[in-house]
Design a protein around this ligand. Sequence first.
Ligand code: C5P
Length: 240
Amino acid sequence: MNQGEPVYSGKAKSLYRTDTPGQLYVRFRDDITAFDGEKKDVLTSKGSLNAMVSAKIFSLLEDHGIPTHFVRMEGDCGMIVRDLRMIPLEVIVRNIAAGSLSRNYPVPEGMPLDPPVIVIDYKDNARHDPMLNDDIIVTALRLVSREELAGIKALALKVNEILRRFFADIGITLVDFKLEFGRDADRIFVGDEISMDSMRLWDAATGVSLDKDVYRLGKGDVLEVYREVAGRVRTGDGQK
Ligand code: C5P
């Protein structure tokens, strides 16, 4: 892949043009960051682990009829994806209270949330990704129509059901995760990544974290847990 200059570089991924119009190459780098980029490190092979898991999850979603940007895996740490016009929303689905929900509200960590709680943040680093509501999204920011927002939430819940089942089968509890969406023409697709950086995963037997919280909270060897999840995701491949 002749990469040239990235068209966009985020905290852990870079996007490049390809020779195919409408498609981009996304490279998962070995960078890991937390707390708005205040904590950062480079962990060899982290990029390839997240790329593999993301690719597997996107194919699983496609198999279940969810429209995603995923085209194919490219090399060890990359994917070819549909070039979307990204909508600056972080759509978080929570099955169990943890993280910012328990930090910001009197909701104890570990409390099951049924039905799942959807939280939508504005993707804007400089503003520290503030939480939105429907009126701010539709009327003030004009990011999507009310119908599109309903469609995005329905898609997020569908993704949740698919992923919950998939992870339960490999002994992992899906606590919460973040999705991003983008448009190609008038259609909305799931974009970005779905990896250990963007999900909160707890071992079903022991309750220990198997995700970026290990890095955020200094709870151990993050590469080791990413390897553990990647290994289980690989074996869970046949269980769609
Ligand atoms: O920090 P918080 O509890 O709000 O995160 C909820 C979920 O969304 C976690 O799984 C976290 O990894 C993910 N997230 C993310 N990118 C962000 C914020 C949260 O992937 N910018």
